[in-house]
Design a protein around this ligand. Structure first.
Ligand SMILES: [Zn+2]
Ligand SMILES: [Zn+2]
Ligand SMILES: [Zn+2]
Length: 260
């Protein structure tokens, strides 16, 4: 019997966030906190430590809100700005860990991180006081299952417009953000799920994200016990959309937590 683990949505919004700057639509003006969506990330509390999936621009605010005092490892789904460019907010982590923060990503993402955060990999970086730069240790992953913080994790290759990105599965929970098509070889990795978290940007189709109806088709095929939709835009009102969804499917919201 596994020790208790929890999964927390740190953010559930699309790349511009909700509310969106300059927008007066009903969702952007809504008082409902569930219509306030930071960019997408997830915190998984494991017996072996705190595992973060993605480092969006609001990362600091998200970790403070959830009272997360340490991150022990990070998984990156892909290198888009809304999933990655809050990485510098993890500067205090290496000090707390007393060593570099393990960062699990593929070769393409590592190459992008080394360019965007070039200052962190400068030859003199080690001479600066601890905490002044993010200190990271790359752990290369591609499509094979791997272990992080003592937990086996299965990467799930996903298509996201012209990009190949990664979803992640831990036992019977899968997190699949930023996807508009599931490659044939990935369906077998999504069988027998208790909980599926899936991208659903809006009602209208989009070249890089599932619409609500497309996400529902995937859920129908996979039949998880429960499904949460994420990476929503301002077109989707939380309560109104939830009322339209079939039993067992709901929109996630920032701060939603479940045990598994
Ligand atoms: Zn995204
Ligand atoms: Zn709006
Ligand atoms: Zn993306």
């Amino acid at each position: 019997m596994a020790a208790s683990r929890s999964f927390t949505f740190l953010g559930t919004g699309t790349s511009v966030g909700v509310p969106m700057i300059g927008c007066d639509c009903p969702v952007c003006r809504s008082d409902n906190p569930r219509n306030h969506r930071y960019r997408c990330a997830v915190l998984i509390r494991l017996p072996g430590g705190n595992l973060l999936i993605d480092t969006p621009p609001e990362l600091r605010l998200q970790l403070l809100r959830e009272k997360v005092r340490r991150i022990d490892a990070v998984l990156i789904t892909h290198y888009h700005v809304d999933h990655l460019y809050g990485l510098d907010d993890l500067r205090p982590c290496a000090k707390i860990l007393d060593g570099p923060l393990p960062l699990y990503c593929n070769a393409e993402t590592e190459e992008r991180i080394r360019r965007v955060f070039a200052y962190a990999f400068h030859p003199d970086a080690d001479k600066l006081p601890p905490g002044s730069l993010p200190r990271m240790r790359f752990e290369r992953i591609e499509t094979e299952p791997f272990t992080a913080l003592g937990q086996r994790i299965v990467p799930i290759p996903l298509d996201h417009a012209q990009y190949r990105v990664l979803g992640f599965r831990i036992d019977d929970v899968a997190y699949c953000t930023d996807v508009n098509h599931i490659p044939e070889e990935s369906w077998s990795r999504l069988q027998g799920l208790r909980i599926l978290v899936l991208d659903a940007l809006r009602r209208k189709p989009h070249p890089g994200h599932f619409s609500v109806d497309q996400a529902l088709e995937v859920i129908q095929r996979l039949r998880p016990e429960r499904a949460f939709l994420t990476h929503m835009g301002h077109e989707l009102d939380h309560d109104e959309t939830n009322r339209s969804l079939p039993a067992g499917v709901e929109l996630a919201y920032d701060g939603l937590t479940f045990e598994f």
